[in-house]
Design a protein around this ligand. Sequence first.
Ligand SMILES: [Zn+2]
Length: 306
Amino acid sequence: MMSGFSRLRAGGLLAGAALFATAACGAGAAETTPDGKPEVVAAFYPLQWLSEQVGGSDAQVSGLTPPGVEPHDVELGIQQVTELKNATLAVYVKGIQPAVDEAVEPDTSFDAATAVATIPAGEHAEEGEEEHGHEELPYDPHLWLDPSRLATVATKLGERLATADPAHAQGYKERATKTAAALGALDQEFTKGLTTCTSRTLVTAHEAFGYLADRYQLKQVGITLDPETEPSPARLSEVAKLAKAEGVTTIFTEALVSPKVAEVLASQVGAKTAVLDPLESKPSGDYLSAMRDNLKTLQTALGCTA
Ligand SMILES: [Zn+2]
């Protein structure tokens, strides 16, 4: 019984957790730290990085998804649900983590997807994929992989934090401007670095790079829509055919997904594999350095001359 209980999905825990939160804290009670700082709970790494940049020393930022954990389909315990509900501001992207979408309170949450122009979700969803993470979402949620969109999110986040903590409004706005400028500079590096390439097709482990492809005129072919889904043999041979037709030299893998499928595919089409980080979990450096590593990987794989 206990092991069954601990493996329950967050959705199953929510009813009890909501009662608990209401009883313990009163409806809508926003939490601050003992020294009065607003508590910002970021759903997964890129949002945590962004919240730390914009929050600076005025806010207490914590990450909900532990390092090394794939955030899609994350399961939440009662404590994490309570943390999300009581946060001064919960920062998330609707559609990445259904358990988080259910737990956040409308008045004390910031959905980064509402801050930018979204693009449609991948179109090749196979039979059976609907039960996983990105189900029935009208848009692709991986917006942080376009630095220019993330810059817009930084600005909007600065405004939200300024409203939540007016005494420090100027600090939030200044740091948001600085963060947006750093992201703007990164965007310029990508634009310049990916202008002249022999190939513009990205074959990726899961469809995380749609915004990057959209921003820099690349074409993404994801082996699967969702990192937890095994591709069907039909999908694999479809991707292999496409990769051959487009002269793809590199199949991209990611750290938190087994490279096996990508390796099989690569050997079928005579390509190499390389790691392209979707930044769904904390990289060894930070967002900016990991994106610069991604740019180098792309330039090598796609034969770009900068
Ligand atoms: Zn993803």
